[in-house]
Design a protein around this ligand. Sequence first.
Ligand SMILES: Cc1ncc(COP(=O)(O)O)c(C=O)c1O
Length: 403
Amino acid sequence: MWTPELERQQERQRFDQMRMPHVAAQERGGRAATPRTIHVTQPYLPPLEEFIPYLEKIWDNKTLTNGGPFHQMLEAALRDYLGVDHVSLFSNGTLGLITALQSLRITGEVITTPYSFVATAHSLLWHGNKPVFVDVEPETLNMDPAKIEAAITPQTTAILPVHCYGNPCDVTAIQKIADNYNLRVIYDACHAFGVRDAGGSVLRHGDLAVLSFHATKVFNTFEGGAIISPDAKSKQRIDHLKNFGFVDEVTVVAPGINGKMGEVNAAFGMLQLKHLEKALERRAQIDAAYRMGLSDIRGIRCLAQTAEGTRNHAYFPVLVGPEFPISRDALYELLKSRGIHGRRYFYPLISDFPMYRGLPSAQRSNLPVASEASAQVLCLPIYPALGNFDVQRVIDVIRTACD
Ligand SMILES: Cc1ncc(COP(=O)(O)O)c(C=O)c1O
């Protein structure tokens, strides 16, 4: 006879058959012992011995940075993998964002979202731009295109939206507004590695898109990032800017910065790419397990998945609504007391930090959807090495709040 519990058991068995071997091994060790601490994420690391030959190559050729062989290889490999035309590697996503603004000579005000990691708005301050916050859409928590026009002033020169959690923005609506008002669009695509929509890579949208390869990201190079540009000329300018503005040994064309990715990071990226499909597969399984396990819990809302395209399952945010018996913060603490460390991404809103909260656009009344999401959101652990047993542990603890 069919029961929800039976279905859950069968689904669990299916996951057991599909999961990564090291996850299974970990679980065999972990089940009997005290439940281990689970963090919201854990960087994916390939077996160390696989990395040694890469290091030997670097030791042999003694090129450590400045566009060495691994740097060139990784740019080419990412072009292929992501399906984009031009990739400029960076030492991190934040310097990528600042350089993207510099390369397009963005001045004055830039419209952006308060619902993101603080580096999005910080890049604007570092580049001398004034952030103007607009609210987000309730479904995706991405910038709401319907709110952009009212925020445009004669000083506005650009829009900096974020593909939050790797879910694509409404790129068509945003581009239409940008075209009407002659604004540039830079996507903070730091969460959107490998994400595709119906027409191809989501990174092809806008004037530029910026990725982060930070340790917590789906694809990591310890620290790292990249700018995706649409043509060779843009890439060339970006490549000059990330190397202090040097064009050749004796010519400096702009006050560029040191944003170069080193060879060890680039080599690690090459190795990571080999493992990526498996890691993404595992993330998709965990996402599916959470969606199924949480589907009947009143007051817990998972963000909808958009119909077309490829997701990267970078995060698993849930919104803890008023129908749930305890508050978001109480659930966060309950999970923590059981060794499960979720994260309230994105709380506080960027607009609530001291360097932004004085801006007129930072007022809560201007940002009702973002404010509510920020008070309700909790990102649950998701990473390739997270086993089914631990995913179930997370679901079970959330359920205990309903008992
Ligand atoms: C949305 C967003 N923008 C920018 C950044 C900054 O990237 P990085 O840490 O590589 O400098 C991050 C992540 O760290 C991010 O999540």
